[in-house]
Structures are given as C-alpha cells and as structure tokens.
Design a protein around this ligand. Structure first.
Ligand SMILES: [Zn+2]
Length: 247
C-alpha cells in the first residue's frame, strides 16, 4: 500500500479509538452524577421522616403550651372564689373550672396521640439511617472507582492523542487536510473497495479504478462519488492466486 495511505489508515484507526475513549471520558462524570441523584432520592425518605418528626414535636409543644394556658385560666378563675357573694356565682365559677378541665383533658388526649405518633416515627429513624448510610457508602465506593477509571481513561486518551499527533506529522499536508475534511463531513475518510463498490458511499466506482486500487496499491485513489481515499485488503486466497499469476 502507498505509505501515505497506510499512515492515513493507521491515523483513522487511532481516531476511531480516540473517539471511543473520549465518549467514555464524557460518560463517566454523567454516571457519577446519576448515582448521586439516585442517592439524593433515597435521602428523601429520611428527610421526609425527619420533617414529620419536627412537625410532631411542634404540635407536642403547642399542646403543652395550650395546657399551661388553660391551667393559668383555672388559677385565675379560682382566684375569684374568695370574692363571690352568692351560691349561684360560686357554682358558675366551679362550672367554668370544670369546663376548662374538660378542655385540658381534650388537649392532653391529643398530646398523647401526638407523642405516640412521634415515638413510632422516631423508632423508624435508625433503620432508615442505616439503610441510607449503606447506600451512601456504596455510592462513595462507586464514585471512587469511577474517578479512578476516569483518570486511567484520560491518561490512555492523552497517550493516544500524542501518538496520533506524532503519526500525523509525517503525512503529506494536502492529504492530511482532505482527510480532516472528509472525517468531519463523512465520519470515515479512508475506506476499502469490495468488488467495484466503495465501502464508504456504497456506490459502484469505475471498474478501471476498482482494478487499479487492487493492482496498483502504491497509487493513491479516491472515490469519484464521495472523495474518500480507497484501498484494498486482499483476501488470503486471492492474494495467493494473484501471487501465483504474477509468477
Ligand atoms: Zn465512495
């Protein structure tokens, strides 16, 4: 094969490999971010529970304050007793005190319910915390592994890019330019010919050109349709036959 063309084939292989590795380099941070988001979601259950507990604690405090306020009212009401003049007034005050006591009973009943709910919720915390800590540990291990993978892959990528740059230095400037242009526009710049068909655009090229690609591999050929550089990989048995013929 023409040495310049051979170089382009090698560079194209490197570029394919570089593109593949670059994809992995781009993918790894996304994988870590997705894992982190999943972990945040798992923390959501714990957060919700903690919020519910805070709410219940507020309610309990409110009940305590309400009971205190009602007890103050009882004290104030009872303070009126020494000044009463009639039985009717006396009974009225006692009735008021009883009513307040009834109200306190109601509040205390509610407070008990709140405390039971609080106890129940607080009992769920350790399990949920353990579960979450386990998940977090798992994620941290995963993240560490992925960061190591990213570093390894970046080093590999850099090595390949250096090698590629070195290989590109000895390529004919015009060919290198067309290679870049084709690579950008069509993805693949150097393709094989099978039979008389360009494996880049899959069109049938001139039989004469197809023949020349096969028989004069030292020359540089391009597809008349897609401009791609053409080369030919002899099949093992064909090579034998052709060698036999040429002898
Ligand atoms: Zn073509």
């Amino acid at each position: 094969m023409n040495p310049q063309l051979q170089k382009l084939v090698t560079i194209q292989q490197m570029d394919n490999e570089i593109a593949e590795i670059q994809e992995l380099v781009d993918l790894i941070p996304k994988q870590v971010a997705a894992g982190e988001k999943e972990l945040e979601g798992k923390k959501g259950a714990l957060n919700t529970l903690q919020q519910e507990i805070e709410e219940l604690k507020k309610k309990r405090k409110q009940c305590e304050q309400d009971v205190q306020a009602e007890q103050d009212r009882i004290a104030k009401t009872k303070a009126k007793l020494p000044t009463v003049k009639t039985n009717k007034e006396y009974s009225a005050i006692l009735a008021e005190v009883d009513a307040i006591k009834g109200k306190i009973d109601g509040i205390e009943e509610k407070e008990l319910e709140v405390m039971e709910a609080l106890e129940e919720k607080e009992a769920q915390i350790p399990d949920l915390e353990n579960e979450f800590n386990g998940e977090r540990k798992k994620f941290e291990d995963y993240k560490k592994k992925k960061e190591e993978e990213l570093n390894r892959t970046r080093t590999e990528l850099q090595g390949l890019q250096d090698k590629r740059q070195e290989a590109a230095q000895s390529v004919d400037a015009r060919m290198a330019m067309l290679y870049e242009k084709l690579r950008k526009a069509r993805g693949v710049a150097v393709v094989t010919v099978e039979g008389e068909v360009c494996q880049g655009c899959h069109q049938q090229i001139q039989p004469q050109v197809a023949l020349e690609v096969r028989t004069s591999p030292d020359k540089i050929h391009q597809c008349q349709f897609c401009d791609r550089y053409l080369y030919y990989i002899p099949k093992p048995e064909e090579e034998e036959t052709e060698t036999a013929v040429s002898k």
